[in-house]
Design a protein around this ligand. Sequence first.
Ligand SMILES: O=C(O)c1cccc(C(=O)CC[C@H]2O[C@@H](n3cnc4c(=O)[nH]cnc43)[C@H](O)[C@@H]2O)c1
Length: 234
Amino acid sequence: MRVLVVTAVPVERDAVTRASGPGGDVSVHTVPGAEIHRAGPYDVLAGGAGPAAAAASAAFALASDRYDLVISAGIGGGFAGAAPVGSLVVAGRIGAADLGAETPAGFVPVTELGFGRVWHFPPRSLVKAAVAATRAVTGDVLTVSTVTGSARRAAALRTAHPGAVAEAMEGFGVAEAAALAGVPVLEIRAVSNAVGPRDRDAWRIGEALAALTEAFGKLTPVLEGWIHHDRNDS
Ligand SMILES: O=C(O)c1cccc(C(=O)CC[C@H]2O[C@@H](n3cnc4c(=O)[nH]cnc43)[C@H](O)[C@@H]2O)c1
């Protein structure tokens, strides 16, 4: 099995490759547009922050090799009451939070304007297996271009997307590239901060990165099983 994991930054990439264990070999391969760190079944790429960088780097990597699955992974913000700091989230749906138009009647997603898409759907059987293995929270994970920094914006996002449990900045971009390549997608976020008023001192990035490493360690056999036995059940 080969799994492409796309993170935003190198510390997230290294948190994933560490899942192979302290003695686990990591080899570095350069392909056009991407530096890939290979550890066990994972080809991990720090593709940059935001949906555009994530989509571009994922597309380059997907064009360079054959993959069974693509995962957007990293830290993220959790919505109050749904995903506390320190928890892990597996996306049931991956959504573009603000891809649409502002109208006198409020925000209208591009799909209601007659084009594009705003949701990607990871395979349900894979989400179920990943949640069971990691004891993660599941729900909608929103992709935003601006980290939410106020209670008002957090409430507006929750109103527009009642199923949202977390936000991050890359999932939708990775999912667009995966869809074009015809490869299933998953998004996994370790919650480093609450979505809401900006309080940088309260971010728990180290703990979230440790949770990401632990999660990938638990996921390896689950992904193997899904790819080899269950992928046609979703
Ligand atoms: O404000 C800062 O000082 C600061 C320092 C380090 C990183 C940041 C980020 O904004 C990182 C964004 C990065 O991490 C993901 N992420 C984490 N929490 C959130 C969030 O609440 N909302 C959106 N994205 C988040 C995201 O995927 C980026 O890759 C800030």
